[in-house]
Design a protein around this ligand. Structure first.
Ligand SMILES: NC(=O)c1ccc[n+]([C@@H]2O[C@H](COP(=O)([O-])OP(=O)(O)OC[C@H]3O[C@@H](n4cnc5c(N)ncnc54)[C@H](OP(=O)(O)O)[C@@H]3O)[C@@H](O)[C@H]2O)c1
Length: 684
């Protein structure tokens, strides 16, 4: 509420040259990750969620999260904080006697060893009868027969009125509810009555699914915000099942509003469900009996999100509570799951569309539930904060870097009517092709390159896709550069107007041309694959300007071979390209991504979008005749497909290579692909 009231002051400071919002906590001087059971009130850490969200809501506001060692005296703390604020650096910084601490994202292999809990062990799962937590509860039950589950939610579970039984569709349900005299009076009451019936059905279905795999399941209507109700229910459960061995705290609500529009009640609803609810629950348990303690947090806590300040605060606090409890309870596996968005639960169809537009992948229900069960049954371990989702490590890493100085080299104004955006539309909105973003970074790097020539592009990543529904400006930035032997490696990025990195790539310039390569990719056997009409008529969303695939010459589980063509609809991609702009590099690179969409649709039944590539290199000029392309799949892990792609000239010489290209496949993209609104592909 303080920050809400400070909004006018922050805005005018912004207009006058710059505004800083900095939170200072005293967790442990290590951002709460010091595995210290004496963390000073881990709830302080919620402030980090506030700062990171505010920095997203007010563009130009500089957010800093600083955690100072509690043992430092006030004067030392003050000096260190002021010093850190005056320097650029990562958004989150720990300061203490052992030096500065920043956060990093590590990739974790599947947890080993797993462990078996005693038969009959009781799990309390808050929010576990519905949404994504229900899917997790069912998966956990199926892993270890004989566990017992107490599922809690606010909804009451009452027998279904006989006249509604078997009525599945919502319209008929509502008609029947209306026909009952006096039961509902207003549309709002009707909606609520219908939602109640559907919620109760979901609860019954979860109970049945858990029992079907040989576990016990009971449901109780318990509002976690009510301390007495929680204590009474725990006492009854322990009398029946023995000590509570596992907790999954999945209860949560959303009350999305920007900080300036947020009310106290909305804030309380979100914070109390997650934080007071957990306090009430842990306050009634014998913690030493616990073997698995799982808190459902969110990537929003880690990086902030517009409209979700309360949710970011609550989830960030849960993350740090997990670190503290992990240190306190060595016999218990303790972790917070900072989930990315799931394809289910509180992700409504509208929210889902937003994520698709942002290029953020959704966690499939089954895959997320399996991941949860793997970790819930893991032995106690070192890392208490897990980020789980599609491409989240990259997203989180990009956020950690925000705030470092980037030098803007060029500003690109984008508006929805630009030709390239009208020919590259997903879910009805123009989306910046990754290939074009890479091309801009290459162009700007070369302009700085002191006569050096382009050797290769490495480690290119899309952190967040750029959808253009209204005019916006992107900056092409030089993040850093360093000399490596004969090479100059320039780390480039595309940043949006609030300074967030959307794409990043390392452009390597050199005094030497890249050495020529041969390929071991033999042609695939000829196959039907796709008809030429189906390529752009059904499978791809690209408009005529980007239609570079002429035919599919071979396609099987190993990869895909295609013949390329210069599109008939040649023309500018933007409106003010420099005279020296040569669109071919971007076009052919995009065609590689298109080819892998054809592959993923055919072999994985899911469209895909580019996430990153390891290297992109051209060894000679593009030939007069359009090149042929061969892509070979290296691996498919979950939603991530990794491949190598080469472009061949008329004599089978390798003209260019894309190595370690990672695309994210998801059946959920299919709707966005359909809704492209492009002009039809030219015939012939
Ligand atoms: N879905 C996602 O994409 C996503 C992403 C990141 C994190 N998460 C986290 O994962 C958890 C589950 O999310 P979801 O998508 O499954 O949400 P959901 O479908 O809205 O389910 C939330 C559950 O919490 C229960 N609940 C809410 N307030 C409660 C209270 N005061 N006392 C007891 N139970 C309460 C609800 O039951 P009643 O309605 O019956 O009260 C419901 O079962 C949440 O903590 C959420 O923050 C979800």
């Amino acid at each position: 509420m303080l920050v809400k009231n400070l909004a006018p002051a922050l805005r005018s400071a912004q207009a006058a040259g710059g505004a800083l919002l900095c939170s200072v906590t005293q967790l442990d001087g290590r951002l709460g990750t010091g595995q210290n059971d004496h963390l000073v009130d881990p709830l302080q850490a919620g402030l980090a969620g506030l700062v990171k969200t505010a920095a997203k809501e007010w563009s130009g506001l500089h957010g800093r999260v600083i955690d100072v060692a509690p043992q430092w005296d006030d004067a030392t703390c003050a000096e260190a904080v002021v010093d850190a604020c005056l320097k650029s650096g990562p958004v989150e910084l720990g300061l203490g006697p052992d030096g500065d601490v920043t956060l990093d994202v590590l990739t974790q292999p599947e947890p080993r060893p797993r462990r078996a809990l005693e038969a009959g062990s009781l799990f309390i799962i808050t929010g576990g009868a519905r949404g994504v937590t229900a899917a997790c509860a069912i998966e956990l039950a199926s892993r270890q027969p004989g566990l017992a589950f107490a599922l809690w939610g606010r909804s009451r579970l009452e027998p279904e009125p006989e006249d509604l039984e078997g009525v599945e569709d919502e319209a008929s349900l509502k008609r029947l509810l209306l026909e009952r005299s006096g039961a509902v009076q207003t549309p709002k009451e009707l909606q609520a009555a219908c939602a109640r019936i559907l919620a109760q059905r979901e609860i019954r279905a979860t109970l049945a699914a858990i029992e079907a795999v040989g576990a016990k399941a009971v449901y109780a209507s318990v509002d976690l915000r009510d301390e007495d109700a929680v204590a009474t229910e725990v006492t009854q459960l322990e009398a029946r099942f023995g000590p509570v061995r596992g907790i999954v705290h999945g209860a949560g609500v959303l009350r999305d509003r920007r900080i300036e529009d947020k009310t106290r009640d909305q804030l309380d609803d979100v914070l109390d469900t997650k934080l007071a609810g957990l306090r009430h629950l842990l306050g009634t348990l014998r913690l030493e009996e616990l073997r698995s303690l799982n808190l459902f947090a969110s990537i929003t806590g880690r990086v902030g999100r517009v409209g979700q300040v309360d949710y970011a605060v609550a989830n960030q606090a849960l993350d740090k509570v997990a670190w503290q409890l992990a240190a306190q309870l060595p016999a218990c596996r303790v972790q917070s799951f900072a989930w990315g968005p799931w394809d289910g639960g509180m992700v409504t169809p509208a929210l889902r569309q937003t994520f698709v537009n942002e290029g953020v992948g959704l966690i499939p229900l089954q895959a997320g539930a399996r991941c949860f069960a793997d970790w819930a049954l893991a032995a106690p371990g070192a890392h208490a904060e897990l980020l789980v989702g599609v491409d989240l490590p990259e997203l989180a890493a990009a956020d950690a870097l925000d705030g470092k100085d980037g030098r803007d080299l060029r500003h690109v104004d984008l508006h929805p009517d630009l030709p390239v955006l009208t020919h590259h539309r997903l879910a009805g909105e123009g989306v910046l092709p990754m290939a074009l973003g890479v091309d801009w970074m290459v162009q700007e790097s070369r302009r700085l390159g002191l006569g050096l020539q382009l050797n290769r592009v490495e480690n290119a990543q899309v952190f967040q896709g750029v959808s253009v529904s209204e005019p916006l400006t992107l900056a092409v930035c030089l993040e850093s550069s360093r000399v490596e032997g004969n090479d100059l490696r320039q780390t480039m990025s595309l940043r949006d107007s609030s300074g967030r990195q959307r794409m990043r790539a390392e452009v390597v310039l050199s005094s030497e041309a890249p050495s020529r390569q041969s390929t071991s990719m033999d042609a695939l056997p000829a196959s039907g694959g796709y008809s030429s009409e189906a390529i752009y008529g059904e499978a791809l969303f690209h408009g005529p300007l980007l239609q570079a695939i002429e035919s599919v010459d071979g396609l099987n589980s190993d990869g895909i071979d295609v013949s390329l063509v210069r599109p008939e609809a040649a023309g500018p991609w933007l409106q003010d390209e420099g005279a020296d702009w040569d669109p071919e590099g971007a076009l052919w690179l995009d065609s590689a991504f298109q080819a892998m969409i054809l592959w993923s649709r055919d072999q994985q039944s899911a469209p895909s979008l580019p996430s990153r590539f390891g290297r992109w290199q051209r060894f000679q000029d593009w030939p007069e005749v359009a090149p042929r392309l061969r892509a070979r799949v290296r691996s498919v892990k979950g939603a991530m497909i990794t491949s190598d792609i080469c472009f061949l000239g008329p004599d089978d010489e390798v003209v260019a290579l894309v190595e370690d290209y990672a695309a994210t496949a998801s059946p959920q993209l299919a709707d966005a692909f359909e809704d492209h609104g492009n002009e039809p592909a030219p015939k012939g």
